[in-house]
Design a protein around this ligand. Structure first.
Ligand code: NAP
Length: 311
């Protein structure tokens, strides 16, 4: 008997159960934490927050899946070194992120924060000249599964798009920058900067004063990566000086953001509660089953994490 344990939101878990019942049982038994049955039968685990003593809990575990796109919630030093970790790359997350970033980019491109302020002043009918999308330069930090999908959609609106990543990518119609030595070139042209980097030791505190200073004056930030990548005081200072015009933040540190936090009231910040995209249980379960099939066939899995890089 081979079993799969799901340890995340139980409501979504019921949808996973239906997919497994249709596509994997009886070969693979689906169980929702804490009803794990015989732990020795558990070969696969999908979790947001795995048990601390994972090898003691599941002595025959072969794979750990993250139930979300990121893996920064995992404590890698506490996981067995030989346990493969797979992050969530599934069409539902990608579609959600493409929608959110499109909304945010179009809102900033068409000056919605300014129109909101004008509306609050009641009587100011003041059109702002519309810039063609082709003359608006957008930069995306992170060209992974989400960054590339976002860039594809933004290209279709006609924006002048560029992306930056650790290794070099080639994406049709997108200027691709790579590595620390090319970061400045990406930043200096990015009027709208989108952060879609994973949280690792290399990206913690990445959105800081030094980075903001390299953007064109009056640029705006859309942050959909992870809260600890942003140095809050540096953002506030850049907004106050005019170096940055506006920020749309979907992620904060901590989450939820305390009600006393200054960001709630900040006129140049729009906040959303980490909803840019969410794992869709139906497609997530299908992707996980396909990865299990690949793993058992000795094929490459989608989203296998490089433990050395942390993503
Ligand atoms: P991914 O496929 O692993 O892509 C990560 C990208 O970032 C890759 O292009 C990678 O470069 C680049 N990168 C990583 N570290 C870097 C560094 N130090 N310098 C330069 N580039 C670096 O990840 P993804 O699926 O696109 O997801 C990205 C992140 O989005 C997730 O980790 C998560 O934090 C966030 N997210 C947020 C939400 C939300 O609702 N707000 C939802 C889902 C995901 P290479 O291509 O060279 O490897």
């Amino acid at each position: 008997m081979s079993a799969f344990v799901y340890k995340a939101d139980p409501v979504r878990g019921r949808v996973w159960a239906e997919v497994f019942a249709r596509q994997a049982e009886p070969e693979l038994d689906f169980r929702i934490w804490p009803e794990i049955g015989d732990p020795a039968e558990v070969h696969y685990l999908a979790a947001w927050d795995p048990p601390a003593d994972i090898r003691d809990t599941f002595p025959n575990l072969k794979l750990l899946f993250s139930s979300g796109a990121g893996v920064d919630q995992f404590k890698f030093d506490q996981l067995p070194a030989d346990l493969p970790v797979v992050r969530m790359v599934e069409p539902g997350i990608i579609k959600g992120m493409v929608e959110y970033v499109s909304w945010a980019v179009l809102s900033l491109h068409r000056d919605m924060p300014a129109y909101q302020r004008l509306q609050r002043e009641h009587s100011r009918w003041m059109p702002i000249q519309v810039r063609p999308a082709a003359k608006r330069c957008i930069g995306v930090l992170g060209m992974g599964s989400l960054g590339q999908a976002v860039l594809g959609q933004l290209r279709s609106f006609g924006f002048d798009c560029a992306g930056w990543s650790r290794s070099r990518h080639a994406v049709d119609g997108v200027r691709c920058f790579a590595g620390a030595e090319e970061l400045g070139a990406l930043l200096s042209r990015s009027e709208l900067l989108i952060c879609l980097l994973p949280l690792t030791e290399a990206t913690r505190g990445f959105l800081n004063a030094e980075l903001f200073a390299q953007l064109p004056a009056g640029a705006s930030l859309i942050h959909v990566g992870r809260g600890p990548q942003l140095v809050e005081a540096d953002l506030t200072a850049a907004l106050a000086s005019g170096q940055l015009k506006h920020a749309i933040l979907d992620v904060t540190d901590p989450e939820p953001l305390p009600s006393s936090h200054a960001f709630w009231q900040h006129p140049q910040i729009w906040l959303t509660p980490h909803i840019a995209s969410m794992t869709q249980p139906e497609t997530a379960a299908e992707v996980v089953l396909e990865n299990i099939r690949r793993f058992e066939a000795g094929e490459e899995m989608v989203g296998l994490v490089d433990r050395g890089l942390g993503y």
